[in-house]
Design a protein around this ligand. Structure first.
Ligand code: GDG
Length: 467
């Protein structure tokens, strides 16, 4: 059996000692790596003065993790720079926040080259390599330059933007060309796949000999949509854990006689937090009769604090949450709890379970796993309602949520009202349909579909990498 090599910017295999800090993605990848005695390769999270290329190899919970330290300049230019100040905003349609800086692009190329040089000697002839996310788009190109002929797949966790957005990126063609050094490129949704195809066909003069196959830059690439899921069975186990139940009871006790609306997001401008706060404010303004029956909890652990746009949004959210509470609080009630803290996964499961409404309103999101976790945590007899942005990748699999335009406070306010007043029969009906998909199309389903296709075991097609 071929060995799987997973490559991602950060490497975080679960320790296997029951610690709950890693998410379902790490769990699923770790399970696949264990089955195939594979290796997980990426950045160690540490920086050194000068790059040495020394590998740190450890076995964590049965998974071999091979990591490399980066230089301070790599962190600034590759990670904080090109990845998080250029590609992330651009791919989330925030051209206004995207920084185009040659030093960032150079840093991005340099780190991908360094990763390739360090990784290449570990790759054996039968290995299959699976590269994750926008940090590492040119990795296959760098590996091919070193003579690696193995099958290499790429999965993009964030949206692929429309052609007109993509061409804002200086040297966009180079980045797209680098995708053609993979054998398979996976996207979260058919929409992102189509956006990529449109670029290739119109901008790069490529062809599409048959669905899911593209020819351009003298190469052939297979593409596909693989919507990522959560580890539904692990979630089911976790939601009945003592810690999850304690959290659910605690939340129920602190919201007694009130209905809880919950949002859980990394503090990121793509998640639509400001717009969500305004939507909640609009709901309070529009519904004096319902107002005192609700409490909104927004959990938003800070992320990417080295990037200015993230510092700025934090300030704006503090002001907005203060304004809402200032306007509407009473001696015995504050409408809004806004918490910048990280919770354990089992505690989150308890919080979701206590909520009547899950408010998931990103402005753009590759998939959005919180929407799926919220559904998985509900009580089948008396489930809460998911309010979901039309711009989350998850929308395709979750049409039974209440769908909203996150940019319209009125739309969000109306959906909140509808969710809070929905009768139990409708809640159960919607939830049942949502849960069935969350359970069936889980993280193992996603992983297996991608790996099967990458290994050429997809019945329709044999491997076709033209080197
Ligand atoms: C990228 C794409 C795509 C949040 N707060 C806490 C916490 N979380 C967990 C959630 C969820 C995860 O973080 C966030 O996943 P999302 O999917 O919502 O978003 P991104 O981080 O932006 O992920 C996204 C994903 O990749 C997978 O492909 O869906 O579109 O942007 O699992 O529960 N976890 C803990 N404490 C917190 O306070 N433990």
């Amino acid at each position: 059996m071929s060995r799987l090599i997973v490559v991602s910017n950060r490497v975080n295999p679960p320790s296997g000692n029951g610690e709950e800090s890693v998410g379902g993605l790490a769990m699923a990848l770790a399970a696949a790596l264990k089955e195939s005695s594979g290796v997980w390769f990426g950045w160690s999270g540490r920086t050194t003065e000068t790059f040495t290329g020394d590998l740190n190899i450890e076995t964590v919970g049965g998974v071999t993790a091979a990591t490399v330290d980066l230089e301070e300049a790599d962190l600034d230019e590759y990670y904080n720079g090109f990845a998080n100040k250029t590609l992330w905003p651009l791919f989330h349609y925030r051209n206004d926040l995207a920084a185009f800086d040659r030093a960032y692009r150079d840093g991005y190329t340099r780190v991908n080259r360094r990763f390739a040089k360090t990784l290449a000697p570990l790759i054996q002839p039968d290995d299959v390599v699976w590269v994750h996310d926008y940090h590492l788009i040119p990795l296959a190109r760098e590996l091919r330059a070193l003579g690696v002929k193995n099958r290499i797949g790429f999965f993009l966790h964030i949206p692929w933007p429309a052609h007109q957005v993509m061409i804002n990126l200086p040297h966009h063609r180079q980045l797209v060309q680098a995708m053609f050094d993979y054998d398979l490129a996976g996207f979260q949704t058919a929409e992102y796949q189509q956006a990529f195809e449109e670029y290739v066909l119109t901008e790069a003069g490529g062809e599409q000999p048959e669905p899911d196959w593209l020819k351009a830059f003298g190469r052939t690439l297979q593409v596909g949509a693989f919507p990522i899921g959560i580890d539904a069975s692990d979630f089911a186990r976790m939601k009945t854990s003592a810690r999850a139940r304690r959290m659910r009871d605690l939340m129920t006790a602190t919201t007694v006689f009130r209905r809880l609306i919950v949002g859980v997001d990394r503090l990121d401008y793509s998640k639509g937090l400001e717009e969500r706060f305004l939507g909640f404010e609009q709901f309070l303004a529009d519904n004096p009769d319902l107002r005192r029956q609700v409490l909104m909890l927004q959990i938003a652990p800070p992320s990417r604090e080295a990037v200015e746009a993230y510092q700025e949004i934090r300030g704006r959210l503090d002001a907005l949450s203060g304004r809402i509470n200032g306007e509407y609080s009473d001696v015995d009630w504050t409408p809004f709890r806004y918490v910048n803290k990280n919770y354990r996964r089992d505690e989150l499961a308890g919080i979701y379970a206590a909520a009547r409404v899950g408010l998931v309103t990103p402005l753009r999101d590759g998939m959005n796993l919180v929407a799926k976790e919220f559904v998985a945590a509900q009580d089948p007899e008396d489930p809460g309602v998911l309010v979901l942005s039309r711009f989350a990748g998850a929308v395709g699999q979750m049409p039974d949520a209440l769908l909203v335009n996150p940019n319209s406070p009125e739309d969000v306010a109306d959906a909140l009202k509808r969710a809070l007043t929905m009768d139990r029969a409708e809640r159960v009906r919607r939830w049942t349909a949502l849960f069935e998909t969350v359970q069936r199309e889980d993280v193992s389903w996603w992983r297996d579909a991608f790996v099967r296709k990458l290994m050429g075991r997809d019945p329709a097609h044999a491997p076709a990498h033209a080197v």
